[in-house]
Write a protein that binds this ligand. Structure first.
Ligand code: GLN
Length: 190
């Protein structure tokens, strides 16, 4: 089972390492054609405006929408979560617009630019270690979206069928259980 990591910007190598720890094969995706070779896709953190621009420039927007329409799982982390959302608070144009949720960028305030915590996660037994870096939060969700974790009453992980999104960086710790959760989503989609 092959999982691609969109390699336009962000922590690609770390995601590939976590995918492999979770039992999948990780591939760095730089060209749209590579979407045909993979069973699931991770959109990493970074800066969502930049990632969105690069996705438009290299024709990834329609190609990833088709990938999703074929029922193939996608996991967006941090900036990747923003890229998946239907709506961005403040009126900025959405990028992929695949998940029925409104997200707020850089939502944890200046003094909390970066922090680590342990999160309770639906579907995972023990708490998951989460690194937040200028993280977004999910302000509101549609009926088809399930909340998997919250931090101080704010939604930070959610799932809509074959789509998964989290506000933090699961690839920056040795805790690969959220990647394992995604690997299972990909397995059951095959
Ligand atoms: N602050 C970034 C954005 O709004 C996301 C930060 C991250 O991916 N660590 O795009």
């Amino acid at each position: 089972m092959k999982i691609g990591v969109l390699a336009l910007q962000g922590a690609v190598a770390e995601h590939i390492r976590s995918i492999e720890l979770a039992g999948g094969v990780g591939i760095s995706v730089k060209k749209v054609e590579q979407l045909n070779e993979i069973d699931g896709l991770i959109i990493p953190g970074g800066e969502s405006t930049t990632i969105g621009k690069l996705m438009r420039k290299y024709n990834f927007i329609d190609a990833i929408r088709q990938f999703s329409a074929a029922g193939k799982p996608i996991f967006g982390t941090c900036a990747g979560l923003i890229v998946l959302a239907d709506r961005i608070a403040g009126g900025e144009e959405a990028h992929l617009g695949l998940m029925n949720m409104t997200v707020s960028r850089n939502a944890f305030g200046r003094q909390r630019e970066s922090f680590e915590t342990d999160l309770q996660m639906v579907g995972i037994e023990e708490t998951v270690r989460a690194v937040f870096i200028r993280a977004p939060l999910i302000q509101s969700i549609g009926d088809e979206v399930t909340v998997l974790s919250t931090y101080q009453d704010e939604i930070v992980t959610a799932r809509q069928g074959h789509l998964l999104a989290c506000s933090f960086h699961p690839e920056l710790t040795d805790d690969y259980r959220l990647h394992q959760y995604f690997v299972q989503m990909v397995e059951s989609s095959l």
